[in-house]
Write a protein that binds this ligand. Sequence first.
Ligand code: SF4
Length: 281
Amino acid sequence: MTLQQRIEEALCSAVRTLPAQCEALIRKTCDEERSTAGHSVLSAIVRNIDMASSSTLPLCQDCGMFLCFVEVGRDSRADVGRLEDIIIDACRRAAHRAYYRSSVVAEPVYDRVNTGDNLPPVIHWEVVDGDCIRISFLLKGFGSENCSSVRMIRPTDGEEGVVGAVLDMVRAAGGKPCPPMFLGVGIGGTMDKAAVLSKKALLREAASRHPDERYARLEERLLDEVNRLGIGPGGLGGDHTCLSVCIETYPTHIAGLPVALSVNCWAERKAVIEVIGGEVW
Ligand code: SF4
């Protein structure tokens, strides 16, 4: 199989099946939810998951925008110059084959004419150690993306400031991002770096913990405090507003503390393709 075919297959699968960890969290949450309305929403989500995975239909009518992170190992001998074209071609073919809704407009303010093929993707490139190339996708729905945001809090605001900023943003989102949601939090860097970090946080395995135990505790605290807001599944009230919080950090300036929140809905659709060493494509 060529690399283009591998990416295409992964994207065809990602639009109708959730990563195992995400699906397990949703099923567990459905069993545990105490609110009648919340349980009913979660039961519908579980039925939706079952129907999509046993058919050729997408999980949701909004199949999202292709958001792609490419990590290129500095020792890779692969032909990186061709990679962007391969990714775009795979996205185009997957969108057609797997019935992605055409959700992208070519120009954002005036014409807003649909590109008709869900292209272009948003691609972030990064050089990393090693000889592997890792291509990660989020199929980013926009009900939840519209609730994502960045706050530039004061450098002295510390953990309480981070928690307050995240809770404010989630409270403002309410039921709009189709909860229960997955949250990615980016802390540090510049405004734009924090936003990218928050997306990378969503790429981590759901409910995995940060290696620094202070941030691992903060992930757990945020999960708990967001769930205490009571927004609940579908925004109809209940125990489960959030399924997972993952944090990524970066050094920042002495005068600032950027905090970005990327909100993802229950349909946390992801795909990862790895190319090892000098593998030919
Ligand atoms: S936010 Fe998610 S679940 Fe809601 S419509 Fe968009 S993609 Fe679908």
